[in-house]
Structures are given as structure tokens and as C-alpha cells.
Design a protein around this ligand. Sequence first.
Ligand code: SD4
Length: 341
Amino acid sequence: MYNRRKFIKSSALGASLAAISTQSFAKVLTGADVERSALPVVISTWPFGVAANEEAWKTLVKGGRALDAVEAGVKIPEADLKNHSVGKAGYPDRDGHVTLDACIMDEQGNCGAVAGMEYIAHPISVARLVMEKTPHVLLVGDGATQFAVEQGFKKEKLLTPESEKAWHEWLKTARYKPEINSETKTYDPNTAPGSKGNHDTIGMLAIDTKGNISGACTTSGMAWKIHGRVGDSPIIGAGLYVDNEVGGATSTGVGEEVIRNVGSFLVVELMRQGYSPEDACKEAVKRIIRKKPQTAKEIQVGFLAINKKGEYGAYAIQKGFSFAVCNAQKQDLIIDGKSFY
Ligand code: SD4
């Protein structure tokens, strides 16, 4: 059983170990005095989840709130200009607009989201303010941008020269077809984990030292989408769901199929019935495949889940899905169920 007092005593050590790992990406945070506990813990989708988890860990290891951890964590890929699927530098829609989607949910069931928002680099922080400062859950398009500006966010151009070049390249054929696991195809294990894929999302779930669960999900959505298209990522219950009594789930991949099956809510409800996180994700994936077997052959959808005990698991339609995990014992990247480090 996790002992909070002992954790706080060892948190300074934990913090320094986390700092070491930031430099080296060495994954095992072992040491005689390190608390051997599942909590706190943070998990997130795809290889860029490693760097995002490291940032979230800085809050968790100090005994901070899971909500603060997930917001800080996903801001890392949102700010990464080499990442073309989250935040600034995300690939645009077919008309050249970078439109961002994000949502956040806390341990009390509070949630906030923005969808199709342009010109604001950190949609997750705007989503949090929708949750905390308005009576609403979701703001879209110009209204979301206007709200962000009122809250003091800077309006900026999100389309970078690199993304613009890729868009012009795409315009030559203008064919819309989501690429399966595009992110892992460009993932180079010899460099710091990152992503240059044409679509993917960071979904993050954390449990803090108090045992409270929060989640965040942020994306630029499917590259070359129709202007105005919104995927699963900002939709509570689809791209993200947290129930502090049970656990949390998040998704990545072709959002339309996740929305059709209310994927993350389904995963959490299956865990409530006693499914393990992995089995719950597997059942949700199976439902997508059962309903549309032909479509499922050509797309990727992955779910990632954690339960109240800090047990986690994932399942995806196609091979190649990965997620990152960080707790006091380790940082790891799990690809197809196998530890990368
Ligand atoms: C969406 N689920 O907009 C997101 C995109 C994604 O891998 O995760 N792609 O549908």
C-alpha cells in the first residue's frame, strides 16, 4: 500500500532521479531509497509521451495535483515545432488552417474543451480555463479563440514553413487517407523519442499521491481534414474520460470511429465492470472492428487506460501502437506490449 508520508520524505530523491532521467532517457529510477509504489504514475500515448511524462512527473513527484501534471505534460508536445500533429506546427486542414482540439478532465468530473480553435498555441490550457472559468464544457472555432484572447493568450500563426510545405505537397494529389502509425514510421530509436507523423494525438492520464486521477488530450487532428472537422480528442467520453472511482481512458487514431463507439467512456465503464485496463481497451477495439470490419482493416485506433490502483494497459487495431509510462520505478516506452528501454 502506498504511504504518502514516506513518499514526501523521498520526493527530493525522486526529483533528482527524475532530473537524471531527463538528460539520459535512462529508464530505471531504482535506488535503495526510492519508494516502490505504483503511485504516483503518468501514462501517455506515442513516443513523444516520454518527454511529456517527464514534465508531468515533476509535478507528481512533489506531491502535486494530477490535473496540473497532465496540463504541464501535454504542453511539451504542443510546443514542439517538430511535432506536426499536436499544437503549433500541426499539419493544417485541406484549406491550410491549423485548427486545434483539446480537452481536460479532473478527479471531480469537471471538464473543459476547445475544438477547431485557430491561432492559440496551447489549447490544453484554454480547455482548462473553459472548465474553470465558464459554465460550459466546449467552445469551438472563433468563439474559442476569442475566449482565449480574453483570458490573455497570445494570438499567433500556427502554420510553420515546414507544415506549409507539407500542405503544398499534399495539395498535388489532395487525397485524404489517414496513414496507419505514421508516427512510428518516422520514429528513430537512436535519437530522443519524438514524432514526425502526419497524424496522432497525445492523450495523458495521471494519478497523484492522493490517488486522484486526471486526464488531458490534445491534437491538431487528422492532417488535411475538411475545414471544420472535429475528431474524438476534444469530446469528453470519446477521446478522454475520467471517473475517479474507477480510472481513466484516452484514445488516438481515426477519431470518427472512436466517437461512434464513445470509446473512452466505454473503456472506463468496462473497467468498472471488472475488466483490466488492457482487456477493457481490447473490448473497445473489438467493438470498432465488429461494427466496421472493412474500415478497421485500413485504420488505426488505440486506447490507453489506467485503473484506480495504477494498473495500466492499452490495445490498438493495428500493431505499432506505443505508450509511455513513468512512475517512481521506471520510465518506459511500451511498443506492442514490449518494453523499449
Ligand atoms: C482525431 N484522434 O482527430 C485524432 C487524431 C489522432 O492519430 O489521434 N490521430 O481523430
